[in-house]
Design a protein around this ligand. Structure first.
Ligand SMILES: [Zn+2]
Length: 511
């Protein structure tokens, strides 16, 4: 759909905290102690996520009193006294000042404080460990072993590979249990905010928390035959568990319900001796991995054609064809941000590309206009307008710096998520030009065939990236063509050629 509308829609897809709502209920946090879990209500006030101070007082045995002469709230925490200003986003603990993202806010008789109050003010003075994990909406209290687990699924020929990154390193076992693989950890609970599989295959249909808080279940497809689990060195502070799953050979008739493999006593040993090595796949001329983003999905249908065609369905159909064509022509690894009708936020789409170290990111869309005669394809790359000086600095940053969603601190060099794409604008422009040129040879183009726009989905991509509007669904003739096999194939051919041309230019050029 149109750039501005798309940018707006994209903005609305972001977390509720980004909405300018004055007071809205937010999803609760979960407080996890060694022996209990309970919800902790949160609400959004003036764009800030807040906890009720009364709730925190009950949870951490705080005393709270208002003190007009001291200019704020006096909070007793253990032996310490915290002075929290009601006018400014500041707290003082024993004379040491700490800043907060917002001042406390009052609703009736209840005071609310930013959620960061817990990590910035309470945690440093608390005798017990307090660990606020905002992305996971978890508040750990006390000595709780709760490793973070992130999952990734890849289709590698006839095999599927599940990679689990576990931080900090944690002992574990992998075993088959009926139509599931269960990974059990030596921990009290798991932080599984990043658990959702980026994709599914015919061997891995889902990944989710298991029957106990310490386990993860990998749901197996009907063609699953065997698995092999190995620990591999990951980045510092991580355990990387790599599980390769093999399918039944084609001569075996597929059974509707899988039977357990006969060697449950040796779960981490290969049940099928010959699984080809997968670690060192040859690069395809500099393009190892390409991520294709089928625009919209789930609750977000995107543009709608005059005859009812939904953008989300057109983009998925063409994304699937493009994946097959790229795998066949280039032999490169191709991942889809979605291979079904799921709702996915724009940052999550770029995250799939970043997490898989993709070399190219292409987002597919179909357009809409109030004027039914408007037609033609358009190719976009990110506009840096409005990013100013920070974008210029980011453009100079080393390429191996990582974009981090929501900021945060890590030991490696990071750049804000908003500026990840800034460093690739020149390459993205070249990529967009190559695609525009190839499309022009096969399908009708809009008078403004190559443009820049502030698409949210491109902002966080840490590699050359482009967005293609394949045509206008509001034009009856284009709507029909976009549904036709031959036209979809023409688009796919053009996109493959555009990618090959870009690869050639990048390999011989300044890259
Ligand atoms: Zn769209």
């Amino acid at each position: 759909m149109k750039p501005l509308v798309a940018a707006l829609t994209a903005a609305l897809c972001l977390l509720a905290v980004a909405l300018p709502a004055q007071q809205t209920a937010a999803l609760p946090y979960t407080v996890i102690t060694r022996d209990a879990r309970r919800p902790l209500a949160a609400r959004t006030m003036n764009g800030q996520e807040m906890f009720a101070l009364d709730d925190l007082a009950r949870l951490f045995n705080l005393t709270v009193r208002e003190d007009a002469s001291a200019g704020g709230l006096v909070i007793g925490a253990g032996g310490q006294t915290i002075l929290l200003s009601t006018q400014q986003p500041l707290a003082s603990v024993s004379g040491r000042m700490t800043s907060l993202p917002a001042a406390p806010a009052r609703d009736g008789r209840t005071w609310y404080v930013p959620v960061d109050f817990v990590s910035r003010v309470l945690a440093p003075v608390s005798p017990t460990r307090i660990d606020l994990r905002k992305p996971s909406r978890i508040l750990l209290v006390g000595d709780v072993r709760m490793p973070r687990v992130a999952a990734r699924v890849e289709a590698l020929g006839t095999l599927s590979r599940v990679t689990l990154d576990v931080a900090p390193p944690t002992a574990h076992t992998v075993a088959q249990d009926g139509s599931r693989l269960v990974v059990r950890f030596d921990a009290d609970a798991l932080d599984a905010a990043d658990l959702r599989a980026n994709t599914t295959t015919d061997l891995v249909t889902n990944i989710h928390l298991g029957d106990t808080p310490q386990s993860i279940a990998i749901d197996l497809g009907p063609r699953f035959a065997s698995f092999r689990a190995t620990d591999q060195p990951g980045a510092a502070g991580l355990t990387r568990i790599v599980i390769d799953l093999a399918a039944q050979t084609d001569t075996t008739p597929p059974t509707p319900t899988p039977t357990p493999t006969p060697t449950p006593t040796q779960p981490t040993q290969p049940t099928q001796p010959e699984v080809p090595p997968l670690l060192d796949l040859p690069p395809a001329g500099g393009l190892r991995t390409i991520v294709i983003d089928a625009g919209h999905g789930g609750d977000d249908a995107g543009a709608k054609g005059t005859q009812g065609t939904l953008e989300k369905n057109v983009t998925l159909a063409i994304a699937r064809r493009l994946k097959a064509a790229l795998e066949a022509r280039l032999g490169t690894r191709v991942l889809l941000t979605r291979d079904g009708d799921q709702t996915i936020g724009p940052d999550q789409r770029a995250a799939v590309a970043n997490n898989n170290k993709a070399d190219l990111f292409i987002s597919l869309h179909a357009n809409a206009s109030v004027r039914p005669n408007v037609a033609g394809a358009e190719v976009f790359y990110l506009s840096l307008e409005g990013y100013g000086e920070a974008a210029q600095r980011a453009a100079q940053a080393p390429r191996d710096a990582l974009p981090v969603l929501g900021g945060g601190t890590r030991d490696i060099e990071v750049i804000p998520w908003e500026l990840a794409q800034a460093r690739y604008i020149d390459q993205s422009a070249a990529f967009a030009r190559a695609i525009e040129g190839a499309l022009r040879e096969r399908v009708p183009m809009s008078p403004r065939a190559l443009q820049q726009a502030p698409f949210r989905v491109l902002v966080g991509a840490n590699m050359p990236a482009a967005l293609v509007e394949l045509g206008f669904l509001t034009n009856t003739q284009q709507e029909q063509r976009l549904l036709a096999d031959d036209y979809q194939n023409a688009i796919v051919q053009a996109l493959v050629e555009g990618i090959i041309r870009y690869r050639g230019a990048a390999a011989g050029g300044t890259r």
